[in-house]
Design a protein around this ligand. Structure first.
Ligand SMILES: [Zn+2]
Length: 75
């Protein structure tokens, strides 16, 4: 794969977790691939990744798994 920005070979793909929205609209998407180029130093998402994120956001009710956080009451 080549870098979209400087066309150099040897890009790296990192997987990151990103959070969208807040409060009850909070959506966490894990394993989003981010292209990282050691030549020009850019990090970016591909168009298809952005498209997929939009799709996940639109279909969050069916695609997202609700995870609950344990809350302890001290005292
Ligand atoms: Zn580059």
């Amino acid at each position: 794969m080549k870098c979209d920005i400087c066309s150099s070979e040897g890009i790296h793909i990192r997987r990151v977790t990103r959070t969208y929205g807040q409060g009850e609209d909070l959506l966490v998407i894990e394993n989003i691939p981010i292209i990282s180029c050691p030549h020009c130093g850019e990090s970016y998402l591909t168009a298809s990744t952005l498209h997929e994120i939009e799709r996940i956001k639109r279909n969050r009710k069916s695609l997202a798994i609700a995870r609950f956080v344990e809350v302890a009451n001290f005292g």
